[in-house]
Design a protein around this ligand. Structure first.
Ligand code: NAP
Length: 296
């Protein structure tokens, strides 16, 4: 079998075009504030791409670049100011922060209504309790302000699953990785969609055997080509979140060439989940602007 390739670039382009259409109809354009601390080159590239994507979708970009010498208190104050600013609908603090700055108190300052990364305890809690789910991940034009916001990468994964028509209800879904950014929220989303979810991590016994159970296998590990062909059930849908810079270039957590011979559908790296993350950030920004911008 040769797997169907899930073209994340094409899906992301489609989502972004729909967002541009929604934004185009709005008199007041949504505004996304980005906070970039220090000189990390990768962070500069990521924030640059996000701002460019905002501009292309008609979203206002409000950018704050501050030196790595900023104090924790000053950074928290900056976020508090953005919470209070009615021109700002969404707030994104680019992580990781430079050494000496703790991201947790900064994230804790972000108003959950403006939390476009979905990383505040309030939004993570709503998702973990099943009070928000697929609707918040996929609906672009909710008629009412959403109760909460879903992290962008997991939302991108479920959008891709939806596009390939993967049956989630009753499916065995195995997620490798339990980070707050990807694995945990994705587990909650899939559980909310009535999949039977197993979340694996570095202490999981016999990981290949657990992975072989999966109808839907998602790798969010950070270990290049960890998932091998004989870990995959024939016909499974495989979503590779991994982005690992190696001598071979950017590779995922899945041994793509080998696994593509076994899986039913698979995302490539690059060109799979990566482009979806930015698309879903824009989608979250549009959702935040359904709520009154000055709401707490
Ligand atoms: P993370 O915070 O480092 O979490 C990695 C997870 O993988 C942890 O739960 C860890 O287990 C588990 N793990 C590590 N080695 C393992 C092994 N050998 N066997 C089984 N589990 C193992 O990483 P993350 O932020 O979730 O990111 C994961 C990957 O996705 C990275 O490559 C990252 O670059 C990529 N990523 C891509 C996007 C995108 O837009 N495409 C977005 C975010 C992340 P423990 O909990 O036991 O330590």
């Amino acid at each position: 079998m040769t797997a169907r390739v899930i073209d994340g670039k094409a899906v992301a382009a489609d989502v972004r075009a729909r967002i541009a259409e929604v934004v185009g109809k709005r008199e007041r354009k949504p505004g996304l504030a980005t906070v970039l601390v220090g000189e990390d080159p990768a962070s500069h590239v990521y924030v640059g791409s996000k701002r460019k994507a905002c501009a292309e979708a008609g979203i206002r970009s409000i950018h704050h670049e501050v030196p790595a010498t900023i104090s924790q208190g000053e950074l928290n104050d900056l976020v508090r100011g953005l919470n209070a600013d009615p021109e700002v609908d969404g707030i994104l603090v680019q992580l990781p922060l430079p050494e000496g700055l703790d991201p947790d108190p900064v994230l804790a300052e972000i108003s959950p209504r403006k939390d476009v990364d979905g990383l505040t305890a309030a939004n993570a809690g709503l998702l973990a309790q099943g009070r928000i789910g697929l609707a918040e991940a996929l609906e672009l034009e909710p008629s009412e302000p959403p109760l909460g916001l879903i992290p962008c990468t997991p939302a991108g994964c479920v959008e891709l699953l939806a596009r390939v028509g993967a049956e989630l209800e009753g499916a065995e879904a195995v997620i490798v990785g339990r980070s707050n950014l990807v694995g945990r929220p994705l587990g909650s989303l899939l559980l909310g969609a009535n999949a039977t979810v197993t979340t694996c991590h570095s202490r999981t016994r016999d990981l290949p055997a657990v992975c072989r159970r999966a109808d839907i296998l998602i790798a969010a590990v950070g270990v290049p080509k960890l998932i091998e062909a004989d870990w995959v059930k024939p016909g499974a849908t495989v979503i590779d979140v991994g982005m690992n810079r190696t001598d071979e270039g950017l590779v995922g957590d899945v041994d793509y060439a080998a696994v593509a011979q076994v899986a039913g559908a698979i995302t490539p790296v690059p060109g799979g989940v990566g482009p979806m993350t930015i698309a879903m950030l824009l989608a979250n920004t549009v959702r935040t602007s359904v709520a009154p911008a000055s709401a707490p």
